[in-house]
Design a protein around this ligand. Structure first.
Ligand SMILES: [Zn+2]
Length: 474
């Protein structure tokens, strides 16, 4: 009997792990292109799906990281030797980085302290617990149901229960492999409920917050149990064989290309085998529909001012709209205010741990895209202060950001958000006096639409973009 059970368990473990994509002994090489010819060589190489580029942009004198499976390493190394371009190994075993991310304390029943990345079940259990502990101000809310039937849980934080409140919403984890996003969003919830800092208290207590750490729960689950590098949801209706890559890639839609605002205009794909597959039609996915319906629902409950979406990586604050660049950026209402608020927020962010963030539209500082959630919130729901944050780092570890960097990342983001709220308020978007601050006159009474100095500036160095990139972040 016991033996039977052991055999059953062994079979069960094998079955569970059968689909797990291991990155054991995958190496990451760093190459720095020193002339246009070398840039071109790398762009050509990127067309071969067996080489996973960690960068969205390949440009002169900047690091390009390429992940290579063990079976392709010899060919890869020989190729670069033959053309005399140094390819330095920066990581010997990608699976080790992944394993380190989920290493947790040996002690049991520890309180979550942001020293490791939580699984989906752990995040939901944590949410339930913290809401119970603060049930006078926090309630568990159900955003909707994912393709695979998981509930998208979040929390509503309402201290004052007033009529016509200022409202903000925070979205995390729409791209599942960007693990630092849910780890940041849960931290913000915790700060709003437990911090004793008077500025955090002000931001928490004077705004009604609706916060969802993992809006793509199926994808997040999949990154822990099957493929760490999974980005999309797990919608399987568009399955198709994918040449040169695993067919499984077609089992998902990029939720951040699925929203019904300039859907499929640019930076999105109609190929299910692409990481940026926008779906068969706008709002084809239950997760994107749930987010948009919720925004329209809470918008009627007061003055909805804020929407923040958290992604990684690149260290950027992206201002809507993502398909605009150059002088066209001012076509987004109150662009100049959003730009200035973010710049001033990032000054305070930098003061914390000396981390640099860039500010601008995605079209200006990353790549043009359309159909993203935050652009829809700005363009259709017409919420005034909307951003997409690309969190740490700038490519050293990329999506595999070591767990010991969660807390510094979160501390600086909190500092940035507090300043952004203060500047927004002082610009006159809403009136709540913070007793701990000297009264300041609004710098702008009406949200303006003039261009901020330098806001339309195009990047001066040449950048080369590829429409179908494996390691897209936004
Ligand atoms: Zn993303």
């Amino acid at each position: 009997m016991i033996l039977k059970e052991i055999i059953f368990l062994v079979v069960l473990v094998a079955a569970v792990n059968a689909d797990y994509v291991s990155y054991k002994n995958y190496k990451v090489y760093k190459i720095v292109p020193k002339n246009e010819n070398e840039v071109q060589i790398l762009l050509d190489l990127r067309k071969q799906p067996q080489y996973y580029f960690w960068n969205d942009i390949v440009s002169l004198y900047s690091d390009v990281k390429i992940m290579v499976a063990p079976k392709n390493q010899e060919e890869f190394e020989n190729y670069f030797k033959s053309i005399n371009i140094p390819a330095e190994v920066v990581f010997n075993d990608v699976q080790k980085l992944i394993d380190d991310q989920v290493k947790r304390p040996v002690r049991r029943n520890v309180v979550y302290d942001w020293t490791y990345y939580l699984t989906l079940d752990e995040i939901n259990a944590w949410l339930t617990r913290i809401v119970e502990e603060h049930s006078d101000v926090a309630t568990l809310v159900n955003l909707g149901t994912s393709v695979e039937g998981r509930t998208i849980w979040g929390v509503k934080i309402d201290y004052k229960k007033e009529e016509n409140p200022v409202i903000g919403m925070i979205e995390g984890g729409i791209h599942s492999r960007e693990w630092i996003s849910p780890a940041t969003v849960t931290y913000i919830i915790n700060e709003f409920l437990t911090s004793t800092d008077e500025n955090v208290r002000f931001m928490a207590e004077n705004i009604v917050w609706h916060i969802f750490p993992v809006v793509n729960p199926d994808g997040y689950y999949y990154t822990f149990n099957n493929n760490r590098m999974w980005r999309k949801n797990r919608g399987k209706d568009n399955f198709t064989p994918c040449a040169n890559v695993a067919d499984d890639i077609s089992n998902g839609i990029d939720l951040n290309r699925n929203f019904g605002f300039v859907w499929m205009l640019t930076g999105a794909s109609q190929n299910p085998c692409a990481e940026t597959y926008a779906g068969p039609s706008e709002f084809s996915e239950p997760e994107s529909r749930a987010i948009s319906n919720y925004v329209l629902y809470i918008k009627n409950q007061g003055r909805m001012i804020y929407y923040f979406a958290f992604h990684s990586y690149s260290q950027m604050v992206l201002v809507p709209y993502s398909h605009l660049s150059g002088y066209d950026v001012i076509n987004a209402p109150n662009y100049a205010d959003m730009y200035e608020i973010a710049i001033r927020g990032m000054d305070k962010l930098k003061a914390k741990h000396n981390t640099d963030y860039q500010v601008g539209t995605s079209g200006d500082i990353l790549y043009e895209v359309s159909g993203s959630s935050f652009d829809w919130v700005k363009g259709v729901a017409e919420i005034p202060i909307v951003y997409l944050f690309e969190l740490r780092d700038v490519g050293e570890f990329g999506f595999l950001l070591p767990a010991e960097r969660i807390i510094p990342n979160n501390e600086e983001i909190m500092a940035g958000l507090l300043e952004m709220e203060r500047v927004t308020r002082n610009m006159g978007y809403y009136n709540i006096q913070n007793e701990s601050e000297p009264a300041t006159l609004p710098t702008t009474v009406e949200p303006s639409t003039t261009a901020a100095p330098g806001s339309g500036m195009k990047t001066v160095f040449s950048v080369f973009l590829i429409a179908l990139c494996l390691f897209v972040t936004l």
